[in-house]
Design a protein around this ligand. Sequence first.
Ligand code: ATP
Ligand code: MG
Length: 370
Amino acid sequence: MQALLSALGSAGYAAFFVGGCVRNALLGREVDDIDIATDARPKRVIEIAEEAGFRAVPTGLEHGTVTIVTEAGPLEVTTFRRDVETDGRHAKVAFSTDVAEDAARRDFTMNALYAAPDGKVVDPMGGLDDLRARRVRFVGDARARISEDTLRILRYFRFHAWYGDPMEGLDAEALAACAEGADGLDRLSAERVGKEMLKLLAAPDPAPSVGAMAQAGILARLLPGAETATLTLLVHMEELAGAAPDPIRRLAALGGEEAAKRLRLSRRQTKALDLLRTEIGSAAGTAELSWRHGREAARDVELLRAASFEAPLPADLEARLDRGAGAILPVTGRDFADKVQGPEIGAGLAEAERRWIASGFTLGRDDLLG
Ligand code: ATP
Ligand code: MG
């Protein structure tokens, strides 16, 4: 990684770490993907990387992005850009050789921080002060930036949830700009909206941000029928139970019509969400849920029930989860095939299962066949 940066440097180009990796490193938080910004054009980046012995993959040449494979993982190297025009969904960009121009097209000041290989921070937009104050601030005029790219509305709430001051409300000016730009949300792809919403919902406590989205009239446009009260209680229940943040569990608390479609959830996520939504109001007890769906899903249902009905969590939650998860129905269809025929086999098995569950998984084989 350092070798690539020094190769670019030796060839006379500027190369900086930029965006989330700089922000998170400064905050002492986990860094997942590493982005590099450079004034070298993509073709030169590829040449220099290959000369230095790296594999270079032109992953997004139209955006000026080349992925370099290093032993520390993939690096996204993107040529400095400046905005030239936009259609409100995707900014159109041209290459630039000026780091300040590159900074000006980024969304928030805390995301427009650059770090040289020696660690020196370059801060064209005053992002360091904002980061210290835990203030998510648009680069430039919020209204103008939102009209260039409506997704920035969602990113504003997401970054506030992750990096904003939890005691401070959101900035009134920025909120007003988000509310004004809300018309453009309908034109965003479900995929982009879904990605941002799930990242927002994965924050330690997304409830204040989501509450502000609701007040600004944004949540109802994305997820008609969604309600925020249960989400606030759910986060509280999660803290009590020591449960890690989970965006699908939080989405189940929000509700909303056709959430899976509107957020383009994966098949697996859709199944998980449907299961939670169905079981919140079902009669199945904790152990039964755990037996049917596994302990994680069962715990999620119990957290959601507690939040939805403003009830305490079951006292011996973990023991009940264990009991259900470890239970094995002591009879099979074969046991009934010896006694009855045809559809009666299935009916007999179903009845045995019902009695077994009702007994709290205590009835044995003889009880069930007798
Ligand atoms: P994380 O990856 O931790 O979610 P990040 O800051 O890396 O956070 P990304 O979505 O990966 O966020 O984007 C990388 C960088 O690209 C951002 O830090 C920002 O500088 C810039 N960026 C991304 N999306 C936009 C956008 N819609 N408008 C302007 N700049 C953007
Ligand atoms: Mg990133």
